[in-house]
Design a protein around this ligand. Structure first.
Ligand code: ZN
Length: 339
């Protein structure tokens, strides 16, 4: 029994979010060139029709009622697909089933008006985390063809998935979506190319969806992605991902809608990127940057990242999840790039 407590404790420690004290600053950027359009593309063919439409004022009203003590995260309150995925102005026509990664990991951006100095600082801190932990570079917009405009219209928190080409909006309604740094990181991670963690094909091995507590009409937000449309970039299911729903997402009765199968596991954190998030971004963008380690876990998981997503045998079930928490993914990365 005590052995399992030990394992669970190790699992929890290994999943702590990375905070600023744990961060290793790496000056050099080592970004490989990537050849081929296919390799750059992000499959969005699995997105529901709901992801295509226009920003909604109703979502803004809901998010305006969000406070730091709300049960759910503000990006789970929108009327968009999964709460915050919106490809505005695009039609689902069967042709647009792919978006792109950002060329060379460079993301031109501009902040529109409407943010206080403090809120701008929150956005800058989110961007600084990407700069410290990944090879992505957010650069000031200077006439580039493709760029992000970060706005604060009263339509909630939302973003497209991946680079869609041209001017691309990320909306962070103030103050709800710019109260926590993790919310900003979450929306930017959509724009970088990622979906929600609990929509992974294998999620039922790790969480239980309580359909009886879900607000009627929002069940579609709990749909799983099909394996053929997703790439886990060699990273196992991550309760601590900043892309995971909170326990009360889309609840109709303040009861939990999603519950981890390992008791005491926390989901829905919006403090910052998890180690798994960092690994996924770096694998998607062929970045050979080390993932910093927490002091508690530095002898458990090497945290090294190679530029090739490794093959991995998923560790299914709660025992497998504990295994993953302790030993990381079942893989050996022989090639390690030192910073
Ligand atoms: Zn989201």
């Amino acid at each position: 029994m005590s052995y399992f407590l030990f394992l669970t404790l190790f699992g929890v420690l290994n999943c702590l979010p990375i905070d600023d004290d744990d961060v290793i600053i790496v000056d050099s950027v080592d970004l490989n060139s990537i050849d081929g359009v296919e390799e750059y593309s992000i499959d969005i063919s699995g997105l529901d029709q709901l992801a295509f439409g226009i920003p909604k004022n109703e979502s803004g009203v809901a998010v305006s009622e969000w406070t730091d003590s709300s049960l759910m995260n503000p990006e789970e309150m929108g009327e968009y697909l999964e709460g915050d995925i919106l490809m505005p102005g695009l039609a689902r026509n069967g042709i647009r089933d792919k978006t792109s990664r950002w060329t060379d990991g460079i993301i031109p951006y501009v902040m529109d008006g409407g943010f206080t100095q403090e809120q701008k600082d929150t956005i800058r801190k989110a961007i600084a985390d990407y700069h410290r932990l990944t090879c992505l570079r957010f650069v000031p917009y200077n006439g580039q063809k493709d760029y992000l405009i970060i706005k604060s219209s009263k339509t909630g928190c939302w973003s497209s998935v991946g680079r869609i080409g041209g001017r691309q909006e990320v909306n962070l309604q103030s103050p709800g979506c710019v109260t926590k740094k993790g919310t900003v990181i979450h929306e930017l991670l959509h724009a970088i190319g990622f979906m929600h963690e609990q929509s992974r094909p294998e999620r039922d091995d790790f969480v239980t969806i309580k359909y009886s507590n879900i607000k009627p009409g929002t069940e579609v937000n709990f749909k799983k992605s099909e394996a053929k449309n997703t790439d886990d970039f060699g990273v196992g299911y991550d309760y601590n991902s900043v892309m995971h729903y909170s326990e009360y997402a889309f609840s109709r009765n303040s009861q939990k809608t999603i519950e981890p199968k390992i008791s005491n596991s926390k989901i829905g954190q919006r403090e910052g990127l998890s180690r798994g998030d960092v690994k996924k971004v770096n694998n998607m963008y062929n970045c050979k940057k080390d993932v910093p380690m927490t002091t508690e876990s530095n002898d458990i998981d090497t945290g090294k990242v190679t530029n090739t997503p490794p093959t991995r045998e998923p560790q299914a079930g709660w025992l497998g999840s504990i295994w993953q928490s302790i030993f990381g993914d079942k893989k050996i990365d022989p090639e390690v790039t030192e910073k």
